[in-house]
Design a protein around this ligand. Structure first.
Ligand code: AHM
Ligand code: MG
Length: 325
């Protein structure tokens, strides 16, 4: 909400005023607008869910080996078409698509976007919060975009965006040093400025991890979580965006570690860990694999998985220290 008590400002107005000038000059608002447009569609489908035929799966397995929900497919269509057609994106990559989509090598298409269209999609069947997550990069040069162009460390992001479809639909945009939230107004279908310059609270309020996996964790991770358990309450939605959004606004730490079954854990570096760790860092938090800053990891493949620990910087450090003992 604006400080003056005036009507809240629109997403486009706020981003135009607050994003770095070079991004705005190069069409960043167009990219944000394309994300907002896809998010309106996913929000609408999510709200109507069963009534829009959005429950269940389509009977296919995606590149990750996961069951494709109806909403995964609809969300992919919505965001691929809005980003591909917006006129500012050179290439995009999506959790649900094995291969990247190359749009244009023209210099006036400077952005690369990696995204998870519908995160936590199985939760749609039980009316629980889901989300969408986007990592935004500028092309490093005007050379033709290739698969290698999309394998960038997260520190090179110029922006990250996520959308949480919860009891309200909230879109969060992070650019260098700044994070703002916008709530979808059902009356006008506008995303309106509702969370100004978000900073993660200094106090961690909760830890968030799938405790059911404890038996598969390495002993040092079991010790690190036992350490958190002694000081904090547990909150776990099972939708990354929902858990992260709560931690960002209330203080908290989210963990999805590697374990004896899956050394890199479950979550993906390019379009889950990187964008959320970018948001966390711009808001004063931190993100780690357990041994390395997430944003410094050099991806080797598009759909790479990574262990993830993200939230209050001091508590992330505490876990990293415990893991090193
Ligand atoms: P998805 O991108 O295929 O939906 O999977 C990611 C989801 C995250 O939203 C969430 O943090 C995690 O999977 C939950 O996994 P688990 O059920 O193993 O706790
Ligand atoms: Mg996901």
């Amino acid at each position: 909400m604006s400080d003056s008590g005036d009507s809240p400002r629109t997403l486009a107005d706020v981003v135009a005023d607050t994003a770095p000038a070079d991004l705005v000059e190069d069409g960043f608002l167009t990219v944000v607008g394309a994300i907002a447009s896809g998010a309106r569609r996913v929000s609408d489908l999510t709200r109507r869910a069963a009534l829009a035929g959005m429950l269940g799966d389509i009977g296919e397995i995606n590149v990750q080996g996961e069951i494709v929900q109806v909403l995964d497919a609809a969300g992919t269509d919505a965001f691929v078409s809005s980003l591909r057609d917006c006129g500012a994106v050179a290439a995009l990559a999506c959790e649900e698509l094995e291969e990247a989509v190359f749009v244009s090598d023209r210099a006036d298409h400077p952005y690369l976007v990696l995204f998870d269209p519908v995160d936590g999609s199985s939760n749609i069947d039980v009316a629980v919060t889901i989300g969408s997550i986007f990592a935004v990069y500028r092309r490093s040069d005007d050379a033709p975009v290739t698969d290698a162009s999309l394998l960038r460390p997260g520190r090179e992001q110029c922006a990250a965006v996520y959308v949480v479809y919860g009891s309200s639909t909230v879109l969060v945009v992070a650019t260098e040093g700044r994070v703002d939230g916008f709530t979808l107004d059902p009356a006008s279908s506008e995303f309106l400025h509702s969370h100004e310059q978000i900073r993660i609270p200094s106090q961690c309020a909760a830890y968030s991890v799938n405790e059911g996996n404890q038996g598969n964790w390495h002993p040092e991770m079991q010790a690190a979580v036992a350490d958190l358990r002694a000081d904090y309450g547990l909150r776990y939605v099972g939708s990354l965006v929902a858990d992260f959004h709560r931690d960002l606004l209330k203080g908290g730490i989210f963990l999805y570690p590697g374990d004896v079954k899956s050394s890199a854990g479950k979550l993906r570096l390019g379009y889950e860990a990187n964008p959320l760790c970018y948001v966390a860092e711009q808001a004063g938090g931190a993100g780690s694999t357990g041994s390395e800053r997430i944003l410094d990891v050099q991806p080797e493949i598009l759909h790479q998985r990574t262990p993830l620990i993200v939230g209050n910087a001091d508590v992330v450090e505490r876990v990293v220290a415990k893991l090193a003992e």
